[in-house]
Each structure stands twice: as C-alpha cells, then as structure tokens.
Design a protein around this ligand. Structure first.
Ligand SMILES: Nc1ncnc2c1ncn2[C@@H]1O[C@H](COP(=O)(O)OP(=O)(O)OP(=O)(O)O)[C@@H](O)[C@H]1O
Ligand SMILES: [Mg+2]
Length: 369
C-alpha cells in the first residue's frame, strides 16, 4: 500500500484512513512516515533535526491515540508465534525466565565471570556493548563428568538474562527428525534467529555430532556439515544474537570439526565440586529443611571426595527422607543430624572415579598442546 510513496502522499493517505476510521491502515502509513523522517534526520542540520523530531513525536502521539498496537510489536509477536510453531513441529521446547538462579549454582566462579563478560552484560547493556564492539559470536561448549552442573548453569544463565531458551536434547530428536535431518537443522537455526536474543542449547551434543569417522550413516555426516554451516552463519549477524551452547561428558567423541574456530571454539571444563563447594552444596540443599540439628558442613565436604554435585544433592534428599520416615514410623520428633549424614554416606557411594578425571585432564592437555 505504501510502497514507493513520498512523505506527503503517505501522510495524506494516513489522514484519510484515520478520518474513515481505518485505524490499522492509518497506523501503517504513519509508521512508514516515521521511518522516512528518521532517515532524513541523519542528513540535515541541528535545527532541521529538531523540526523532524517534533513531527515524529506528533505522529507517535497520533498512533498512540488510535490505540492500535504498533506494527513492529505485532510483527514481533507474529514472528515469535511463527518461531514457536516451527520449533514445536521439530519437537523442541522453548522457555523463558525458568530455571534456577545463578546464586543457586555453587562454585564455577571463573565460568560465571566469563558468562557475565560475554553474555550477561552485553545483553543487559546493549548500547555500551555496541560501542565496545562486543558481540556474542562462536559457541561455548561445557564438558565434564555427569552431574556437576553443565545443564544446571545453562538454565540459570537463561533465567538471568530472561532470554528465549531453546533446549535441544538430541536423543529425543532422532526419531522425530528421521529423514528430514538437514532441513530440520536449517529450520531450527532460522527459528532461533527469529526468537533472538535467544540461547540455543545442545545438551549431550556428542550424540548429535559424533565423530564422522565413527558413524557410517550418510545422513548423519551431512547433518554435521549442515550444522557447521549454519553455525558459521551466525557470526555475521550481530543484530540478532543467538548464543549457542553445548554440553557433553565425552568431548573426545565429538567430530573435531565441531570445535574449530567460529563454531564451538570455547571449551570449558566443569570439574566435580572441590571440598569447599561440596560443603556449600550440602548447605544449599539443606537450607529449606527446618527439622535439622547441628550439621558439620565442612566435615561432609571432606568426606565426599569423588561425589558429584548431583550425588551430594541426592545425599541430602536421602538423609531428609530417612529422618522423615523415622518420624512417621516412630511418631517422634526426628530431625536430620550429622549422624543421619554419616549413615547415608555408608549407603551412597561416589559416582566419579579417579580414572575418568584423568581422562578429562588428558583431553585438556592434548587440546592445549
Ligand atoms: N554447581 C552446582 N550447584 C548446585 N547444584 C548443582 C550443581 N551442579 C549440579 N547440581 C545439581 O545436580 C543436578 C544435576 O546437574 P546437571 O544436570 O546440571 O549435570 P550435568 O553436568 O548436566 O550432567 P550430565 O553430563 O549427566 O548431563 C542439578 O539439577 C542440580 O540439582
Ligand atoms: Mg546435562
């Protein structure tokens, strides 16, 4: 309707629509006019700029008065809905503002610092980030033994920045994507861009992109190439930031092409919690247990070498359940004590063995050498 029209014609047309009660069409004309006026402000002197700004302001007021949502807003909503339906068809879930807080993630101080510099602050202070030419490019791959917070911290990050969070769990994808793998990868990246700023998180990425010489399937090989192309493309579009994150506990099984520069070019090791973090995790998960006695958190930290964060969370839950059941059975005021923990430790064994840690260390060394 407005294609190729000059400003005067657009404004006249807008007025006509407005007086005929065709509000949406009037808003469209005024919005086009605002775009032209904004473009003009760049090439005129300061006095003219003031005049144009006032014209823009009065058009803005006219739009507001008509009570029709701005087209930009409607477009954004439509785009969001389109993206959600594309992802829905691919069997992918999107969430916003859910998950634990970063404060609930014990330890990982270096990683948190890096996330603040590279992701959280650029999103919270976009203008400043632009002035320093900081943008979110490349991808971050977290690796380490199971149960130590790879998925947990990514969910916390998504909550912190309130970004759209697209969770890709490859194991559930294969059956749904069968026969359409490449096409679906393209659609997934496209939808992520439409939802930007967004986090696209590939959990257990090893099963999506196993080393190409480990797999015999042509489709899988093509899928890896397609993924790498799409990921490279993200670099060029800083106006639509999509943070690509991945997690794996077998980084040595990944196709080496996945970790080349511009792709998952930052690998971060998430080790099991150290003594101090272990006692903090116990403190965290016992925080909401009202019925507890004196618990020596430092001591539990010392006794839990080799326990993952998830093991320790389970230890806390198990101890509380034990005391709870005793309370029910004995109908007495049982509480969780240090002894409850010491008993539970006899039953719950650590899941992380020394040799697996050595394997991660070796992987780190080989990578850096
Ligand atoms: N740093 C941490 N602070 C507090 N709780 C943690 C931490 N790390 C893990 N947990 C607890 O352990 C659970 C399991 O962690 P998570 O699922 O993030 O492990 P993971 O590293 O992704 O493991 P996997 O490799 O098996 O996917 C979390 O849901 C959380 O309850
Ligand atoms: Mg995980």
């Amino acid at each position: 309707m407005t294609d190729g029209k000059n400003l005067g014609a657009l404004l006249r047309e807008g007025l006509e629509f407005e007086s005929a009660g065709q509000k949406e069409k009037a808003v469209q004309c005024y919005e086009e006019s605002i775009k032209i006026l904004k473009a003009q402000t760049k090439s005129v002197d300061i006095i003219q700029q003031e005049v144009l700004k006032r014209q823009i302001q009065s058009l803005d007021n006219a739009i507001k008065k008509m009570g029709v949502p701005k087209r930009e807003k409607m477009d954004n909503e439509n785009q969001r809905n389109d993206a959600l339906s594309i992802l829905g068809e691919l069997g992918l879930a999107v969430s916003q503002g859910e998950g634990p807080t970063l404060n609930q993630v014990v330890g990982m101080d270096d990683l948190k610092k890096e996330l603040f510099t590279k992701v959280i602050y650029p999103i919270k202070f976009p203008d400043l980030a632009k002035e320093f030419n900081i943008n979110m490019s490349g991808g971050l791959l977290l690796f380490g033994p199971p149960g130590n917070g790879k998925t947990f911290i990514v969910r916390a990050l998504a909550k912190e920045v309130n970004m759209n969070f697209i969770y890709v769990n490859p194991s559930s994808l294969f059956s749904q994507w069968f026969g359409n793998f490449e096409k679906n990868i393209t659609s997934m990246f496209k939808a992520a861009k439409m939802l930007s700023p967004a986090i696209l998180f590939f959990d257990e990425i090893d099963s999506l992109f196993p080393s190409r010489d480990q797999t015999t399937s042509d489709a899988s090989r093509r899928g890896v190439s397609q993924f790498l192309n799409e990921m490279g493309g993200f670099k060029n579009d800083p106006t639509k930031p999509v943070l690509i994150l991945g997690a794996t506990n077998v980084p040595w099984q990944l196709d080496p092409a996945v970790t080349r520069p511009g792709r998952f070019d930052r690998l971060i090791y998430i080790p099991p919690p150290d003594k101090k973090s272990r006692s903090e995790i116990v403190r965290l998960y016992m925080n909401n247990v009202v019925r507890k006695g004196e618990i020596n958190y430092e001591k539990i930290g010392e006794l839990t070498e080799g326990y993952s964060a998830a093991d320790i969370e389970f230890l806390c839950r198990y101890s509380s359940q034990k005391a709870f059941m005793k309370s029910i059975e004995g109908k007495q005021n049982e509480i969780v004590t240090m002894d409850t923990f010491l008993d539970a430790l006899k039953e719950i064994k650590p899941s992380i063995h020394k040799n697996i840690i050595e394997k991660y260390m070796k992987f780190e060394l080989d990578r850096k050498s």
